[in-house]
Design a protein around this ligand. Structure first.
Ligand SMILES: Cc1cc2nc3c(=O)[nH]c(=O)nc-3n(C[C@H](O)[C@H](O)[C@H](O)COP(=O)(O)O)c2cc1C
Length: 192
């Protein structure tokens, strides 16, 4: 079965809601969604413990094998001053071995984001995540204008990927764009 890794960082659950909607789309497209997250940043003074395997929302932490094994990737982050969250960036900076071996080359990928204000960085966060994926040789896709959510949006939702404006719960068109992206990712990640 085509497996899509949905890798995200979420502190208060908004990105997790988008990740779940993308997973719904992946399953509607007959794919397998593997949802994974990354640990929070720790203060330098705090000792590192290796005994945690999931975050406070109950999502398992990603491993580099998850990246190696997936057929496609959806990468999601909240806006952090208009760019991707440091925990996610930190994880990506541990993937030089995958870059060297070319393990991610030609795998389809897409990005998703959330922000608390309309001009708080939806597009810039998405683009900050695209750059390392392109360095990895991944084939990055967005949301085509045939997607009705793009015309309807009064919240999140961009051609670069689904987003959520978190002043309220996931709006129907934001969810719909995320579901469609999940379906699109499986379609292009499938290899016969
Ligand atoms: C340190 C920090 C920086 C943030 N920067 C922005 C920002 O630049 N623009 C914005 O709209 N929201 C910003 N936010 C708000 C979050 O991006 C937003 O609430 C997001 O939807 C949270 O996602 P989550 O619930 O998945 O953690 C920031 C939050 C924190 C903690």
């Amino acid at each position: 079965m085509t497996q899509i890794l949905v890798l995200f960082y979420s502190r208060t659950g908004h990105i997790a809601d988008l990740a779940e909607a993308i997973a719904t789309g992946i399953e509607l497209g007959d794919g397998e969604a593997k949802l994974r997250t990354v640990p929070n940043l720790r203060p330098a003074s705090e000792p590192v413990t290796d005994d945690t395997f999931e975050n406070e929302l109950g999502y398992l932490f990603v491993t580099k094998d998850d990246l190696r094994e997936c057929d496609g990737l959806a990468l999601g982050s909240p806006s952090r001053f208009g760019t991707m969250a440091a925990p996610l960036k930190g994880f990506l900076e541990t993937t030089s071995d995958l870059w060297l071996s070319g393990a991610m080359i030609d795998k389809p990928a897409a990005v998703f984001a959330s922000a608390s204000s309309l001009h708080g960085g939806h597009e810039s966060v998405l683009q900050s995540m695209m750059t390392p994926l392109l360095h990895h040789g991944m084939v990055v896709m967005g949301c085509p204008y045939s997607d009705p959510g793009l015309a309807a949006t009064e919240g999140g939702g961009t051609p670069y990927g689904p987003t959520h404006l978190d002043a309220e719960k996931l709006r129907p068109h934001e969810k719909d764009m995320a579901v469609r992206l999940g379906q699109r990712l499986v379609k292009w990640s499938r290899h016969d």
